[in-house]
Design a protein around this ligand. Structure first.
Ligand code: URP
Ligand code: ZN
Ligand code: ZN
Length: 463
């Protein structure tokens, strides 16, 4: 099977070039002007960009959380991802109390196999960081092809670890080429504020944000960075929402430390005012860390533009408004945390970033694909359009305008946090290893055609 994509403009993290692309057996085998078409399927991409397939570094599919299970599984979540231009997801295998890390990875393979419609890799989200679990890390990196581990500084009483545990995990990870990811919020402070709010009868969704202030995120981020510095370990801070945290990352990087940060679309275009939507609607935006005051968005955009934040994840964690978010109708702390964002991740960054002049095309590709592949051991197989790389290619039509709405999205959830936003730029066709899986509004792929990608060990990268 071979295909020539003609007439498009290829965008990578470093180049923008008008050229054709030849795909043979799922791999890019030639990039040149005016490639001969004879013997190949020909796809016309005139007027479009060719982006490397998006890589979403932060998804939660089919995950039990907050007393319920996410509404999207590997089938619906990855089909929605594909419609948005994402051809690889890195999902968090949840490590539950009493389990080994190997158990968590095995269970997650069971959830993804036969269902994933795009390629996938795993992080482990450590839920029970026991001594024996810490000692398992080297073997998980070696045998499972999983080299990134999320550790929580919040969610007191369930996932939260103390500084000793975080520090020792950082040291262990650094020794074996693994990357620790932190959920950086000060869980002790938040726990006090939540209890005080509930005692005063403050039960509405807005108190979710007021009890998780940005200072709690900034403090935890700075502390995690200091612990990583002492441990001589790299660190990746997930879902950065505010100036306090983003500045701590910038300061560390100025000191030459291998610290990396990720932000997500919801923190760029939604804000604390969304919690005051009428009725219980604010629950749709309950996620942790929470949405911030609007001025933080400018700071985050500035950090993305300078690549002081290096990765752009969705933090897809979908719960239906009806029946799931409603679990917290009388107590904001019982609202399952998370939002459905996997499908619109690229469109939001493209429209509000590229179209509105905040970031350039190369940065868009770096943030949504290339840097993620480099950080999580998938480059150069994934994350670029180059000879020898997998032919994961998005033909992106920059002229198509649409309104984001739950009525037409492909996620298995009854609302969209970006409902009503007008965006310009949309995938026209999406290829996964040379297979056309999205053609306009049609899904041509198959659940189960996604392959598991073993992640290489972390090597410090200058991003
Ligand atoms: O609210 C969120 N972000 N839910 C998903 C779990 C996490 O902390 O990433
Ligand atoms: Zn988190
Ligand atoms: Zn998350």
């Amino acid at each position: 099977m071979s295909t020539v994509i003609r007439g498009g403009t290829i965008v990578t993290a470093s180049d923008i070039v008008r050229a054709d692309v030849l795909i043979e057996d799922g791999i890019v085998t030639s990039i040149a002007a005016n490639l001969p078409a004879a013997g190949h399927d020909v796809v016309d991409a005139t007027g479009c960009y060719l982006f490397p397939g998006g890589i979403d570094p932060h998804t939660h599919l089919d995950m039990p959380f907050g007393g319920t299970v996410t509404a999207d599984d590997f089938r619906t979540g990855t089909i929605a991802a594909a419609f948005g231009g994402t051809t690889t997801v890195i999902d968090f295998a949840l490590h539950a109390k009493g389990q080994s890390l190997h158990d968590a990875v095995r269970i997650w393979h069971g959830k993804a196999e036969g269902k994933a419609a795009v390629d996938y890799s795993f992080h482990v989200m450590i839920g029970d960081l026991r001594e024996d679990v810490m000692r398992e890390i080297p073997d998980v990196v070696e045998r499972e092809g999983v080299s990134s581990f999320k550790v929580f500084m919040a969610y007191k009483g369930t996932f939260q670890v103390d500084d000793e545990t975080l520090f020792r995990t950082l040291r262990m990870a650094a020794d074996v080429g693994a990357l620790v990811q932190v959920h950086a919020e000060n869980g002790d402070v938040i726990d006090v504020l939540v209890r005080e709010a509930l005692a005063k009868g403050q039960i509405e969704p807005r108190y979710h944000a007021l009890t998780r202030p940005p200072e709690a995120e900034g403090e935890a981020t700075a502390r995690a960075i200091r612990l990583a510095e002492i441990a001589k370990a790299p660190l990746y801070v997930v879902h950065v929402t505010c100036a306090q945290a983003a500045d701590a990352i910038s300061d560390a990087r100025k000191r030459g430390l291998p610290i990396y940060g990720e932000t997500c679309p919801q923190y760029l275009v939604c804000d604390i005012g969304d919690y005051d939507r009428p009725g219980f609607e604010g629950a749709k935006y309950v996620m942790s860390p929470p949405l911030r005051e609007k001025w933080h968005q400018d700071v985050l955009w500035g950090k993305l533009a300078n690549l002081e934040l290096q990765a752009f994840g969705s933090d897809q964690c979908s719960f239906n408004f009806k029946g799931q978010k409603e679990l917290g109708l009388h107590n904001f702390s019982l609202i399952p945390n998370g939002a459905p964002t996997i499908e619109d991740r690229m469109a939001i960054l493209y429209h509000f970033g590229v179209n509105e002049g905040r970031i350039g095309l190369n940065k868009f590709v770096a943030l949504t694909s290339t840097n993620v592949a480099k950080l999580f051991g998938l480059f150069p197989r994934k994350g670029t359009i180059a000879v020898g790389s997998d032919a994961d290619i998005v033909i992106w039509d920059p002229e198509v305008e649409r309104t984001i709405t739950a009525e037409t999205h492909h996620m298995n959830v009854d609302y969209n946090p970006f409902e009503g936003m007008r965006v310009k730029g949309k995938p026209r066709k999406v290829f996964l290893r040379g297979h056309l899986i999205v053609d306009g509004d049609s899904f041509l792929g198959e659940p189960g055609m996604g392959s598991f990608l073993r992640a290489g060990r972390f090597t410090p990268v200058h991003l």
